[in-house]
Design a protein around this ligand. Sequence first.
Ligand code: AMP
Ligand code: ZN
Length: 114
Amino acid sequence: MTDCLFCKIVNREIPAALIHEDDQLVAFRDINPQAPTHVLIVPRRHIATLNDLGADADGIVGTIVRRAAAIARDEGFAEAGYRTVFNCNADGGQTVFHIHLHLLGGRPLTWPPG
Ligand code: AMP
Ligand code: ZN
């Protein structure tokens, strides 16, 4: 999608601090981190919100979640714990309409979120 921030990062049209990429997804550091590690994991394919997921996306969603666990291990906080979040639409706090999994770790996180 031409007017999508995360499509532009996926296509290397705008810079980001990439930490992983493969044929299905890209992971990069959040520009406004809310924890010592705050990474966003996005599919290469544009999907606007969780509400737009079809059964054909089951594979990529599983791959994104497993990549979050792998990055948590690489960053050294897998055993201590971490949080993964998909925000959806206005009440969920979604601001970029290309699905992305937030991975937050490196400090104790409170619950519930605001
Ligand atoms: P959400 O509010 O769930 O849609 O999350 C969007 C996230 O994208 C926020 O945490 C922003 O800080 C982050 N973000 C916005 N622009 C950029 C960018 N250019 N590079 C990296 N992260 C970004
Ligand atoms: Zn997009």
